[in-house]
Design a protein around this ligand. Structure first.
Ligand code: AMP
Ligand code: MG
Length: 322
């Protein structure tokens, strides 16, 4: 049974208690809903991997509500400190070296000597974390490879009955896609995954930063080519539409689908488009399945700023199942 919790003071305390006992609970952050479990409890972490059917080689991001919590298990280097000062709480995940002695469950990092850490900019999540005072492992609250969730209905689509609870908090995922990941344990520091914070914003703080493409030597473990995918076909950069496709567009366009058309941002705003991305894909995925159509066509998204993060997700969503 998946228990539904409300974000009242009492139920937030109940959620923290349940996490302490080893439950895994979906909790919203400003990026997407995370499936949270006590990162120091190996059995809770195993439950996260099992519920998501996530490959054991794909390490989890640990979420904290203070840098004091990090100091118990990882080394905050100078670069990381700069990034934390500039972007936390916020949509930036920072890779740090683990300390020699720590109590993080081994499967959180999939055996690596480094760990991914983030402080979310979300009041309810931070309240749970402060009450529990333990790091929370929290990958997105969806079956592996499926679309990420930005409301509790999306979580229930793939995890109902497989997780212990959901702390309901809709309209919470203001950013709408996952965090940007930056590795500060390599020199120069490298962006491993584009996300809610742009390369340009990071460059203002760290001029030497560069982005690792899929082909460069340093790779984020678990950065699968196929990910974030709807259960139907998806075609990006569409300039025409097939008879049995639904349409997702961006900005002004004369294209429409005779079945269903959604617009990520009529005024061509990339931040708005990013916020709407996963919800629009969920709605269209459901529609395609119900009407037995072919798939989703998406008009081009400008490959600049946050558009790069949106296009990264769409490229991975488009990859055909092997
Ligand atoms: P998510 O898929 O949103 O749960 O994000 C987790 C991603 O963070 C993983 O797929 C990895 O790509 C990345 N990650 C987590 N831990 C590490 C680490 N220690 N070193 C490099 N990348 C990591
Ligand atoms: Mg995910």
């Amino acid at each position: 049974m998946t228990k539904l919790y409300k974000k009242t003071k009492n139920e937030i305390a109940e959620v923290a208690n349940a996490l302490k006992e080893g439950d895994i609970i979906a909790i919203a952050t400003e990026t997407v809903y995370g499936l949270a479990g006590d990162a120091t409890n190996e059995s809770a972490v195993h439950k996260i991997y099992a519920a998501k059917q996530r490959p054991a080689v794909n390490p989890l991001i640990v979420h904290v509500s203070s840098t004091k919590q990090i100091e118990r298990f990882a080394v905050i280097n100078e670069t990381a400190q700069k990034l934390m000062d500039a972007f936390w709480p916020g949509a930036l995940t920072i890779i740090l070296d683990l300390k020699n002695s720590h109590s993080i469950a081994p499967s959180v990092t999939a055996g690596l000597k480094t760990i991914a850490v983030r402080m979310p900019n979300h009041e309810t999540f931070l309240a749970v974390s402060k009450t529990l005072d333990k790091p929370l492992a929290a990958p997105s609250a969806n079956l592996s490879e499926h679309l990420s969730p930005t409301c509790s209905t999306h979580v229930l689509k793939t995890l109902n009955g497989k997780i212990d609870g959901i702390l309901e908090d809709d309209d919470a995922c203001l950013v709408g896609i996952e965090s940007t990941i930056i590795d500060t344990t390599v020199s120069p520091p490298a962006i491993l995954r584009p996300g809610g914070i742009t390369q340009e914003e990071i460059k203002n703080i760290l001029p030497t930063i560069h982005h690792c493409s899929d082909d460069t030597a340093i790779k984020a473990p678990g950065q699968m080519k196929r990910h974030y995918s709807p259960q139907c076909s998806l075609r990006t950069n569409a300039t025409s539409i097939d008879a049995d496709e639904v349409l997702l567009c961006f900005g002004k366009t004369s294209l429409t689908s005779k079945h269903k058309t959604l617009n990520l941002s009529k005024r061509g705003d990339l931040k708005e488009a990013m916020h709407n991305l996963f919800d629009a894909l969920h709605v269209l995925e459901d529609f395609v399945e119900k009407k037995n159509l072919k798939g989703i066509a998406i008009t081009p998204i400008p490959d600049i700023g946050l558009g790069k993060s949106i296009n990264d997700r769409l490229r991975r969503a488009e990859n055909i199942k092997e």
